[in-house]
Design a protein around this ligand. Structure first.
Ligand SMILES: C[C@H](N)C(=O)N[C@@H](Cc1c[nH]cn1)C(=O)O
Ligand SMILES: [Zn+2]
Ligand SMILES: [Zn+2]
Length: 508
């Protein structure tokens, strides 16, 4: 273990003053030099490992792809073993609950492993997810999404999962390898918890965490999650809040089979016509949620909170750059960020069962499903929200006096989360960021969701830190998802430095 600043003799400590705070001893500087040097030297190995992982199309939301998700879990097991992690276990979570086409479909396994088990050290659990969002070349990708391309000119890696979340996940493996090869002891015990269902609601993981709180996860002092993004493209951030997400499916069905619109058009009630009306009643084009009672659940903005937005480095131009358009609903930084972080939003994602290919098929679909989700924020209650959503859809459908049937179901929900950005974990991560990037990070919230964050905090009774690796323009969930090589390398250096600073902090 390296020395604790408070106990070390003054003569020994040659300090580096950064921003009025003492953050580095020469001993730590030497360690960082060696670790960072190894991370730089191992760059080709790390890129190769990420490329191999990206090739496995682990799409959790598509039942037919489940064997690939399982294959990626086994790939991780292989890599963990190669690097020297121990006690590697695949935890099986049973069958996937409905709605599901195959009632026997097994959930993907959770990959647990350890590096070190020294009672004198703190224990950090790192969580990541190895599943990804769907992707297809015909969606508009400039290269095969599951064949990682290293763009030397732009110094980035393109492929599904590079930033969300395979790149950051492999980062944890890589930093252990870098420590070993640099001959530097890892300053904490590390536990990995990698799941394969995050993009589909983290089904089954809550139960596993509760079961293992006093088992595999006993003694965890802090949880660190690298699964979100910087706000923009230049300034590193640490994230202390997430929105939750409630995902819904409205199903409307009528005729026993798809019909010819020339023969039956105007003669039968069309499910898709009904569904379009139900969906269009949920939200207006300015983003206002139209479901009675939803906006009333949102906690009011306080003056103290309003001030937090003032110093954040972000602008309308950043938003436009990351969407590649000028389609913003708000112009002012505060309005944009508040609507991303602290107000709910309702998005309509798609239709299942309806014609969606090129061409001009003249069919009346017999059964259609509309998919939409609501990002939730303090003080919204998931069960109450679901009641309001179902009542709203039933009411709108009833007004149509249609002979079809309509039902709305919650597919999955995950809680929002807010933390204290001044705890020991955040302080350690802020020092690490300053050492690697030379700037203090911004403290941000995230509009996306990581459903398991609150469960870790509550079940393991410890702080959770969100330590993003990629940039705001990485295109997570979109086409041409990428991770800049500088963020991959810088992110791994920050992960390493974070563990060292956290190890020497007086509190948890
Ligand atoms: C922020 C994280 N990388 C992420 O993408 N989370 C997903 C989680 C989710 C929940 N339901 C479906 N996906 C997200 O925010 O959409
Ligand atoms: Zn993710
Ligand atoms: Zn995602």
């Amino acid at each position: 273990m390296f020395c604790n600043l408070r106990r070390a003799p003054r003569s020994f400590i040659k300090v580096l003053e950064v921003s009025h705070r003492t953050i580095m001893t020469t001993e730590l500087q030497t360690k960082f030099d060696k670790i960072f040097g190894r991370i730089d030297a191992l760059k080709p190995v790390f890129i190769e490992r990420l490329g191999q992982a990206i090739e496995i199309p682990a799409v959790s939301g598509d039942e037919t792809m489940r064997p690939h998700v399982v294959k990626k879990a086994h790939f991780l097991v292989e890599q963990l073993a190669k690097i020297g992690f121990s006690d590697i276990q695949l935890k099986h979570l049973g069958v996937q609950p409905p709605p599901v086409q195959n009632p026997d479909l097994q959930l993907p396994p959770v990959v647990l492993s350890r590096f070190g088990n020294d009672p004198a050290k703190k224990t950090v659990l790192v969580y990541g997810h190895y599943d990804v969002q769907p992707a297809a070349l015909e969606d508009g990708w400039s290269s095969e999404p599951f064949k990682m391309v290293v763009d030397e000119k732009q110094q980035l890696m393109r492929g599904r999962g590079t930033t969300d979340d395979t790149g950051p996940l492999t980062g944890w493996l890589n930093i252990v390898q870098a420590h070993k090869e640099a001959g530097i002891e890892l300053p904490v015990n590390l536990i990995t918890c990698f799941e394969g269902m995050e993009e589909s609601g983290s089904l089954g993981l809550d139960g596993l965490i509760a079961r293992e709180a006093q088992g595999y996860f006993k003694g965890v002092d802090a949880v660190c999650i690298s699964d979100n993004y910087w706000l923009g493209t230049k300034k590193p951030v640490l994230t202390y809040g997430l929105r939750g997400v409630n995902y819904y499916e409205t199903t409307i069905e009528g005729p026993a089979a798809d019909l010819h619109s020339g023969i039956f058009g105007g003669v039968v009630a069309e499910p898709l016509v009904d569904l379009v009306q139900v969906l269009s009643s949920l939200v207006d084009s300015k983003g206002k949620i139209l479901i009675d009672g939803v906006n009333e659940m949102v906690a009011p903005v306080t003056d103290k909170e309003r001030k937090l937005y003032e110093n954040i480095d972000f602008s309308l131009d950043d938003l436009n750059a990351s969407t590649g358009s000028k389609t913003a609903l708000y112009e002012k930084k505060e309005d944009i960020l508040m609507h991303r972080w602290r107000y709910p939003s309702l998005s309509i994602h798609g239709l299942e069962g309806a014609f969606s290919s090129a061409g001009a098929k003249t069919v009346i679909p017999a059964k259609v499903h509309g998919k939409f989700s609501i990002r939730t924020v303090p003080d919204m209650d998931s069960a109450k929200l679901t009641k309001l959503v179902k009542e709203h859809c039933d009411r709108v459908f009833a007004k149509l006096s249609s002979p079809n049937t309509c039902s709305t179901e919650l597919v999955h929900d995950g809680d929002y989360w807010i933390s204290d950005p001044h705890n020991a974990s955040f302080t350690a991560a802020a020092k690490a960021t300053k050492v690697v990037y030379g700037v203090e990070p911004d403290f941000t919230r995230e509009g996306g969701s990581i459903p398991i964050t609150l469960t870790f905090q509550d079940e393991l009774k410890c702080n959770v830190l969100l330590l993003p690796m990629g940039r705001g323009d990485d295109g997570a969930h979109s086409i041409n998802e990428k991770l800049d090589i500088s963020n991959f390398i810088g992110g791994m250096k920050v992960m390493s430095a974070y563990l060292h600073y956290y190890a020497e902090s007086a509190e948890n």
